[in-house]
Design a protein around this ligand. Structure first.
Ligand SMILES: Nc1ncnc2c1ncn2[C@@H]1O[C@H](COP(=O)(O)OP(=O)(O)OP(=O)(O)O)[C@@H](O)[C@H]1O
Ligand SMILES: [Mg+2]
Length: 387
């Protein structure tokens, strides 16, 4: 007999940063983080960099880390890269009684901005002093926490966009805390480009020292188990062929897992609210809707963010059904191999395509090939109008 405890709300969370019903395939990363907390200052996982493509689940992993640290009585400061990051960190590091947000510095000025300023109780005369300001703010906060046997977790999301001077200030402050054996952890999350962004300077050296956690798509067996559980918990049954089709449609890409789950669930609930068994038709319609949404939210914006030559390169790849030969692509573009190589390197760095060995590349984002084929005319037209 089917379960009848129906829940009204769709359990899937297809939105950036929304915690999914089940965090699939991240056990190793979580174990490392926990071990880092257990093993005290100096443990490698006390300084981490989490990288991966858009929608792979960096932000929700940060949320999980924050939850774990909070449960141990740690304090957590979460920031996302944008102008004024260093100043915001200093402001957040102050004890609440000293007016967390009482800073006279314009938030649009970065940590080593042109002017001096004052952030709550911390004053500095010039840009050069800002790293020192961040260091002392960090030291004061951690000292207070250490008295209660707690530590401090700082998380910085979208780290590929951190201003270089802010990153240098953070690197200096962290280095000082290491020397003093302070109880804290620092996690950066961002697109893969964050690891190589500032070649040959202190910020990069520091970032490279961080323990790498490159997030990838999750195994399909785990997706299948998670689908069965999540549907089951809301009184629905997703099994056999529909379960297989739903699982395969995700390619293990976390954002697509939420989209597919969401649209199949809502389709079934709408079409037969009293029958818990999900049909092949529900599944097919759900997958179609998920794909449309994936195109609007991932493929479209990703392509919009590229240059028209980058897009032309991708259009040339989309003519193939599988991995493309880079020399054939150069021919299709009517350009030399070196010229095409530059664009290939950029697309690899942006994780839009991946190397398949032996001079071959393939799409790194699921369904991008299909999306390009469907919208080829549009992108070709916009490439011509840019020439
Ligand atoms: N491990 C996971 N298991 C299942 N779903 C996940 C997992 N990780 C992320 N998701 C889902 O994928 C979507 C994207 O997650 P998130 O916003 O964390 O990605 P991101 O890597 O931070 O992307 P961006 O680079 O765009 O910020 C969300 O809907 C989230 O619920
Ligand atoms: Mg994110």
């Amino acid at each position: 007999m089917a379960k009848t405890n129906k829940t009204k709300q769709n359990p899937f969370k297809p939105g950036a940063g929304y915690t999914p019903p089940l965090l699939i395939g991240r056990d190793n990363d979580i174990d490392d983080f926990v071990e880092g907390l257990d093993n005290g200052p100096g443990a490698p996982s006390r300084l981490m960099r989490v990288t991966g493509a858009r929608g792979i689940g960096k932000t929700v992993l940060l949320s999980k880390f924050a939850e774990i640290a909070s449960a141990r009585g740690w304090e957590v400061i979460r920031e996302s890269a944008s102008e004024g990051l260093g100043a915001r960190l200093v402001a957040q590091l102050q004890p609440p009684s000293q007016g967390k947000h009482d800073f006279t510095l314009s938030p649009s000025i970065n940590v080593a901005g042109l002017f001096g300023g004052s952030i709550g109780t911390y004053h500095y005369e010039s840009a050069q002093q800002m790293p020192l300001t961040l260091t002392s703010a960090l030291r004061d906060r951690i000292s207070r926490l250490e008295k209660h046997d707690a530590g401090l977790l700082i998380e910085i999301d979208e780290a590929q966009a951190v201003d270089k001077n802010d990153m240098i200030a953070i690197a200096n402050a962290a280095q000082a805390m290491n020397v003093e054996n302070r109880d804290y952890a620092l996690v950066f999350a961002g697109l893969p480009s964050m690891s190589s962004k500032w070649l040959n300077n202190d910020a990069t050296t520091f970032m490279r020292r961080a323990e790498p956690h490159a997030l990838r798509d999750v195994p399909l067996e785990a997706v299948s188990a998670a689908f069965a559980d999540t549907f089951g918990e809301t009184g629905m049954i997703l099994a056999e062929d529909p379960l297989k089709a739903a699982t395969e449609a995700t390619f293990g890409y976390p954002f697509m897992i939420q989209l597919v789950g969401y649209y199949i669930w809502s389709q079934a609930r709408r079409n037969h609210p009293d029958d818990p068994v999900i049909s092949v038709e529900d599944t097919q319609t759900g997958i179609r809707k998920a794909l449309t949404r994936l195109g609007e939210t991932v493929h479209g914006p990703e392509l919009d963010g590229l240059s028209s030559v980058d897009r032309t390169y991708l259009l040339a790849m989309a003519q193939d059904d599988g991995p493309s030969s880079t020399s054939v692509i150069a021919e299709r573009l009517g350009k030399g191999v070196n010229y095409a190589g530059n664009y290939r390197a950029r697309l690899l760095d942006a994780q839009v395509i991946e190397n398949k060995g032996y001079g071959k590349v393939d799409f790194a984002i699921p369904y991008l090939r299909e999306y390009l084929r469907e919208h080829a005319a549009f992108y070709r037209m916009s490439a011509e109008s840019n020439d």
